[in-house]
Ligand binder design. Structure first.
Ligand code: PGA
Length: 251
């Protein structure tokens, strides 16, 4: 059985001090428990303080983005190697805010993904349609092409370490959640697309839902057969609401 995963995407929020307090509030609640697996994603400048705050607990820390080279003349960028050295174990790739606001393409996400995997960083690869695309009936096509484009050339044994997050763009930060049925339809489809390429191994791959996950809708979402947890934005910014979402994922 797949173990559930609950990830908190803190986006461009928290000072190092606030991040330490938030991470501590989560780490005290989680302790050594590994079901669900819990990961927090602070901004780069708060990674160190969050890493110190969760030390000795089962909470892992990851980054929200990385560059595809180890080092070089890339002003303003941070490499996977740097993140790994700091103590990060995960990285979010291809979040819709990066795709939309920073023009990241599937090809770029693919380059970053291959680098992350080669460095033993576990990636969370995000896919999801806009409202216009959903209204035009293109959801499954969009999700399929983002998925296959981002995973191009990634072998089966590395897919096992890759987490997929389905995040409909219209549900992110809007308070408008996909219904459990809408989300499950796409999650089931993602697993089918992956099964065609990778075979039975996809039964081990975690597919998270993201987009206005809150304490009051988490349990029903996480109860769907192909929803293996959540990538949580707004509701991950207080320990009180995030810990309730963690509780909703306990099996
Ligand atoms: P949200 O963000 O929970 O605030 O909708 C989710 C995400 O962007 O990962």
């Amino acid at each position: 059985m797949r173990r559930k995963l609950v990830a908190g995407n803190w986006k461009m929020y928290t000072t190092p001090e606030k991040a330490a307090a938030l991470a501590k509030g989560i780490a005290e609640y989680v302790g050594q428990a590994t079901d669900p697996q819990v990961i927090v994603f602070p901004p780069f400048t708060s990674l160190s303080s969050a890493l110190i705050a969760v030390k000795g607990t089962a909470v892992a820390v990851g980054a929200q983005n990385m560059h595809w080279e180890d080092e070089g003349a890339f002003t303003g960028e941070v490499s996977g190697k740097m993140l790994l050295t700091l103590g990060c174990s995960y990285v979010i790739l291809g979040h819709s805010e990066r795709r939309q606001l920073f023009f990241e393409t599937d090809m770029l996400v693919n380059q970053k993904l291959k680098k992350a995997l080669s460095q033993n960083l576990s990636p969370i690869v995000c896919v999801g349609e806009t409202l216009d695309q959903r209204d035009a009936g293109e959801t499954m096509n969009v999700v399929q092409s983002q998925l296959l484009g981002s995973l191009d050339g990634v072998p089966a044994d590395e897919l096992r370490r890759t987490v997929i997050a389905y995040e409909p763009v219209w549900a992110i930060g809007t308070g408008r959640t996909a219904s459990p049925h809408q989300a499950e339809q796409v999650h089931g489809y993602i697993r089918t697309v992956l099964r065609e390429r990778y075979g039975a191994i996809v039964d081990d791959v975690l597919i998270l839902y993201g987009g206005s996950v809150k304490p009051d809708n988490a349990r029903e979402l996480f109860g769907q057969p192909n929803i293996d947890g959540g990538l949580v934005g707004g509701a991950s910014l207080t320990a009180e609401s995030f810990n309730k979402i963690i509780a909703a994922a306990r099996q």
